[in-house]
Design a protein around this ligand. Structure first.
Ligand SMILES: Cc1cc2nc3c(=O)[nH]c(=O)nc-3n(C[C@H](O)[C@H](O)[C@H](O)COP(=O)(O)OP(=O)(O)OC[C@H]3O[C@@H](n4cnc5c(N)ncnc54)[C@H](O)[C@@H]3O)c2cc1C
Length: 374
């Protein structure tokens, strides 16, 4: 086999598909038995991703153009309205199913209920399947990547944790909107959110785990009681959650035995915590580099997959993350929202929330290409 992809999240399935399309012999394993369970994302796709990747329309909810930013008091939110659809929330179970089928149609073999354990004596040891011999391993196994530590590549060390509840809502009652609450009592270092697109509401919080003393589940339930913009559930309530790496893209992402992609590579915007766009963007580069390396056997090819180059374009976002992390009291959060009310503040908030810069382009050649079909 040419490539073993560990992890059938968005990063793994997209990389597998692209490699299989290049006639590589690819196998994907995921420890989950079904890709519609254990979902760890809200599934908000930003305009830049919607413009750059041809996600099938039926997988996406209605466009969201309004963002409301609340201080801890929840009073007098700042409303930012775009003249374009800025966000669409995907049906993630359907997105994974679509990406699964696309990888298989391209020729990749996808095994669910199979966990990668380690490599030894040139074999990848799996739990739930026989060991396999692969020329190259793609670690797409999420924020706590086992592949990264097994191959001696960099591992994520700085985290937020996020949790949310999701439920259907009565359609057409509310205008689609994204409510963001800056309140370090419930979401220390990040935000509480409600996004309601008229079909589903997602109510969530994320923050630094060490500052969430009463536990994230308790904080989420407290936040959800009177979260702004929340409408009543009209169907089953699902819970989601997981770690979010926010230390920026890792430096050492590739070696002759394999490479990392998606959360495993730390490829999440440290500021917005968005990781879906980076999954798709990085998969393009990962597949191209892995294919070139397998074709030529030239280790210099792997230098194109350089975390340092990407990191340098993250400096501003890492700085803003530190400022965000520094908002530790309700008074500081009230003051931060007050700053955003001014002209310069609104311009900054608009740039962060509606801008194109959540994750750098990994290559200009790929970024300039026509929309990429998923
Ligand atoms: C609560 C929450 C909300 C979020 N909301 C958004 C959002 O709205 N928009 C956005 O852009 N980003 C969001 N993010 C971040 C985004 O979801 C992630 O960056 C993205 O989903 C990462 O995809 P991935 O494919 O790299 O990893 P994952 O989706 O985590 O996939 C990794 C896969 O690897 C499998 N795996 C792990 N270990 C092994 C092993 N040893 N063997 C086999 N399989 C293994 C797992 O089962 C999993 O399926 C959110 C994150 C959280 C936690």
């Amino acid at each position: 086999m040419d490539v073993l992809v560990v992890g059938a999240g968005l990063a793994g399935l997209h990389t597998a598909r692209l490699l299989a399309q290049r006639q590589r012999h690819v196998m994907v394993v995921d420890r989950r038995r079904s890709l519609s369970t254990g979902i760890r994302t809200t599934g908000i796709f930003v305009r830049r991703t919607l413009d750059g990747f041809d996600l099938p329309d039926h997988l996406l909810g209605p466009g969201v153009r309004d963002v409301l930013l609340y201080p801890p008091s929840r009073r007098a939110p700042i409303r930012l309205t775009s003249d374009r659809d800025e966000y669409r929330v995907a049906d993630m179970a359907a997105v994974y199913e679509h990406a699964h089928r696309a990888a298989e149609s391209a020729g990749a073999r996808v095994l669910l209920g199979v966990r990668f354990d380690r490599t030894s004596k040139g074999l990848a040891r799996l739990v739930g399947a026989e060991p396999v011999k692969a020329r190259f391993i793609v670690g797409a196994d999420g924020a706590r990547s086992r592949v990264a530590s097994d191959l001696g590549l960099d591992v994520n060390r700085r985290w937020l944790v996020g949790a949310e509840i999701v439920h259907p809502v009565a359609s057409g009652i509310a205008t689609p909107a994204f409510h963001c609450v800056l309140d370090p009592r419930v979401a220390p270092g990040y935000l509480g959110w409600v996004i309601d697109d008229g079909r589903h509401a997602h109510v969530g919080i994320a923050g630094y785990p060490e500052a969430m003393r009463t536990g994230i589940r308790h904080l989420l339930d407290t936040f959800a009681v009177d979260a702004p913009g929340r409408t009543a559930a009209t169907g089953p309530v699902e819970r989601r959650g997981g770690p979010i790496p926010v230390g920026g893209v890792l430096r050492r992402l590739a070696c002759p035995a394999g490479l990392l992609v998606g959360d495993a590579a730390g490829a999440v915007s440290p500021l917005t915590a968005g990781g879906l766009d980076p999954c798709l963007r990085m998969a393009e580069l990962a597949a191209s580099v892995a294919d070139d390396y397998l074709r030529t056997g030239d280790e210099r090819v792997l230098r194109r997959y350089d975390g340092n180059a990407l990191r340098s374009r993250f400096r501003g976002r890492l700085l803003l993350r530190r400022l965000f992390a520094g908002i530790r009291s309700p008074a500081a959060a009230e003051a931060a929202i007050a700053l955003l009310r001014g002209r310069a503040g609104r311009a900054l908030a608009t740039r962060i929330l509606f801008g194109d810069g959540s994750f750098p382009d990994v290559t200009s050649r790929l970024a300039d290409a026509a929309p990429i079909h998923m």
